[in-house]
Write a protein that binds this ligand. Sequence first.
Ligand code: 5GP
Length: 200
Amino acid sequence: MDKLILSEDEIAKICDRLAKQIDTKLKDNDNGIPIMLGVMNGALPFMYELVKHITTPCQLDSIKVSSYDGTGSTGVVKVSKEPDHDLEGKDVVLIEDIIDTGITMHYLKEFIKKKYKPKNLYICILIKRNNLEMKYDELADFTGLTTDEQRYIVGFGFDYYGLFRNMPYVFVPSVRDIKEWGTLIEDDKKLTEDYKKNSK
Ligand code: 5GP
């Protein structure tokens, strides 16, 4: 690792603080059972830690999307996993791992409002990066950590080619880590190819 961004302990403390803020916000609403909507796959470890600290009875759900910054204002959000619950008229807390360039959140938010018509859509993110090439200045209602770190981060939902989402802390990998992971991925690819070849 090159730099620790959030330790396991810091993540738990952040989740506790965010959960208290969310509980306070939801307390005065009278829109039925709120729904915590995690963006797959990156936000799921964060959502599961966060909801341990939320005391308001709530339901958990998830959505999987990819967003494309089309020509100017016409961004396209493609949904590959819809929420299981009917979100119409509900308080929905959208839980995402990071706002980086702001593109994903910019389109996702509008898409969810238009398609599922929640009464209120709150945004909760673990990390807000002060991106030097920010496209949309998207602000969340609840933010865990704001960072100037511009390097790629890994762990606790943040992946490296699908790997290391399961790690309990967030960090900037070292050059050596990246090298080792490259070998791991290559070896895995080779094993699968050999298996397929031999099983023909
Ligand atoms: P944005 O659209 O705001 O640029 O970022 C959207 C997505 O990019 C995030 O939801 C996250 O999945 C991914 N992302 C952005 N920065 C990082 C990073 O440093 N590490 C990892 N693993 N994913 C990132």
